[in-house]
Design a protein around this ligand. Structure first.
Ligand SMILES: Nc1nc2c(c(=O)[nH]1)N(C=O)[C@@H](CNc1ccc(C(=O)N[C@@H](CCC(=O)O)C(=O)O)cc1)CN2
Ligand SMILES: Nc1nc2c(ncn2[C@@H]2O[C@H](COP(=O)(O)OP(=O)(O)OP(=O)(O)O)[C@@H](O)[C@H]2O)c(=O)[nH]1
Ligand SMILES: [Mg+2]
Length: 518
């Protein structure tokens, strides 16, 4: 971050891009006051003084070739440094929320010799000026994007500095152990007294427990903070895309009677009975028996090499009995489906009830056998709901569903993806599915603490935890000056949560995820 960057004045529209009652333009930097006084004409100009932090009523005036043009009736505020959001001089223009108007104002303001703010730049300046720590700056972005009220609550606590306090506390604990350890280094003959091994283990153990609690809080809060990943998977033509549309309440995905309609996955944010989710429709799993035999239980990550291997494998596969080679687009789609299944918080495994009944009449053992290929593709940790789709033309009795639930060890819902409501031949509605998924996703995820790290922060906590775990095994046989390094390294990981102690790339990435004007 060079000095020039900090000195120049930036401006942006701070409010959303759709029409609203009000729209706000924010300016930060040394020229903020000068720009505001240029564009703002107070109502009572004769005895006007720009009082700090006070809403002034007047008009926005644009000067064009000597002509003055009145753009809007506005309220103007000036926050002199350092008492502003960014810590710099800040001016705000509160106008009406028409986008053409706001852009005309912004263009004019920029033509007066300042520059458009980059995404997150106001908050970045607030951080660089010490107004917020990094976890608070992230909390601002989290508030803006929170997909649930619970997520908002967690982000607000973070903006308030609660996570920062926790991290400070952990760092103090580390510093205490490190000081005791250093005494042992400086006065080795008194080592036993400075920090007996048992006490050392206990102190590090306490730290680990505290860090672990925070990591667990992330896991629990994840669906509320990020939205859970729900993946619709299953054989081609099973009705995944139909179900996606039914859950969204609009025709988002293409549905046809051709197997292999969906090629690439489609992701949409929605909610299931109030729980925010990222609903993902995937390409149908063709050649599933082959994939299962060859790729089951292999590493989750599908890189280019493995994708090629799968395509080649499917094409060379005698079992598949196909004449034409599989379309490489579809094969790539299948690989993406597999990799999404691995990442899913919950999988909706959709079965074409009609196709299954055609193969196996109505024997639950046979039905279960037909469902097994798909079921065995799921990673063991995945939460799954089996969906017996097309129940309108392939009904199952309640008792048969119960037996299948027992055999699959998953809930089995019988549905018609084309009908929202429960019908005569199918037992569940789309709402039942949403409720069931909600119930399964939050099981064990009740938010117990009001402090929860985000993904980046949880990863740093995990790194710190791993250092401490190594330390626990090393302390008994390595000299204390070496183990002290592990403590320092754990402390560094924690510092990266609240401060600028990490790579510049991460730092920039954090702010780039913001919207413009924040
Ligand atoms: N109009 C407007 N609304 C907004 C913001 C803003 O910048 N402008 N915010 C921003 O995104 C949020 C509020 N955050 C803010 C944080 C600090 C200060 C501020 O002026 N702080 C001074 C004075 C504090 C005081 O009066 O006690 C300071 O900390 O010194 C302003 C807004 C949400 N609402
Ligand atoms: N009768 C009946 N037909 C359905 C139902 N759900 C889907 N279909 C039909 O089944 C066919 C396939 O539906 P899709 O939603 O495209 O299936 P898909 O699983 O997305 O298929 P791919 O994208 O090819 O993997 C379409 O003709 C749908 O109209 C259902 O509940 N009952
Ligand atoms: Mg589809």
């Amino acid at each position: 971050m060079d000095k020039m960057d900090k000195k120049d004045t930036i401006a942006a529209i701070a409010t959303g891009s759709s029409a609203g009652g009000l729209g706000v333009i924010r300016i930060s930097g040394q020229k903020a006051k000068e720009i505001l006084t240029t564009v703002f004409r107070p109502r009572k100009a004769a005895r006007f003084t720009l009082k700090p932090r006070y809403m002034h009523y007047g008009s926005f005036i644009l000067k064009n070739k000597g002509q003055k043009e009145l753009l809007d009736e506005i309220l103007a505020v000036y926050f002199p440094a350092p008492h502003s959001y960014t810590g710099e001089d800040v001016a705000e223009i509160h106008a009406h929320g028409n986008n053409l108007l706001l852009h005309a104002m912004l263009d004019y303001i920029l033509s007066l010799g300042i520059r458009q703010a980059e995404a997150g730049e106001f908050t970045k300046r607030a951080f660089l000026n010490g107004r917020l720590d990094l976890s608070q700056a992230e909390a601002v972005a989290e508030i803006i994007s929170a997909p649930s009220v619970e997520g908002l609550r967690l982000a607000a606590a973070k903006l308030h500095g609660r996570l920062g306090q926790c991290i400070e506390d952990l760092r103090t604990q580390i510093e205490y152990i490190r000081r005791r350890l250093c005494l042992a280094i400086d006065f080795p003959e008194e080592e036993g007294e400075c920090l007996p091994h048992a006490e050392f283990h206990a102190l590090v153990g306490k730290l680990q427990t505290d860090i672990e609690a925070l990591i667990n809080a992330y896991d629990r809060a994840k669906p509320w903070q990020e939205g859970a990943l729900v993946v619709l998977a299953g054989q081609v033509n099973a009705g995944k895309s139909s179900l996606m549309n039914a859950l969204l309440g609009r025709e988002r995905a293409i549905v046809t009677d051709q197997a292999g309609t969906t090629r690439d996955y489609l992701e949409e944010a929605t909610s299931l009975a109030g729980l925010p989710v990222r609903l993902t429709d995937t390409a149908g799993l063709r050649e599933i028996a082959w994939i299962m035999e060859n790729y089951q239980n292999k590493s989750a990550h599908l890189d280019d090499e493995r994708t090629k291997e799968i395509i080649a494998g499917i094409n060379g596969n005698a079992l598949s009995g196909r004449n034409a080679p599989i379309n490489p687009i579809e094969a790539e789609g299948i690989c993406r489906s597999l990799s999404l299944i691995e990442k899913a918080d919950i999988v909706f495994l959709v079965f074409d009830g009609n196709a299954i009944l055609k193969q196996c009449r109505k024997d639950t053992d046979e039905i279960y056998a037909a469902m097994q290929a798909e079921l065995s593709l799921l990673p063991s940790h995945a939460k799954t709901i089996c969906i017996w789709n097309k129940a309108d033309i392939a009904p199952l009795a309640q008792e048969e569903l119960r037996v299948l639930e027992e055999k699959t060890a998953c809930p089995v819902l019988s549905l018609c993806a084309r009908e929202k409501k429960q019908g005569t031949y199918f037992h569940h509605s789309i709402d039942d599915l949403a409720r069931k998924a909600h119930e399964m996703l939050i099981a064990g995820n009740e938010i117990k603490s009001e402090i929860a790290p985000n993904r980046r922060q949880a990863k740093l906590l995990q790194n710190a935890y791993d250092e401490l775990a190594l330390l626990q095994t090393e302390i008994d046989f390595l000299p204390p000056d070496i183990t002290a390094i592990r403590l320092e390294s754990a402390a560094q990981f924690l510092s990266a949560i609240t401060g600028l102690c990490g790579v510049d790339e991460t730092f920039n990435a954090i702010f780039e995820e913001f919207c413009i004007g924040k």
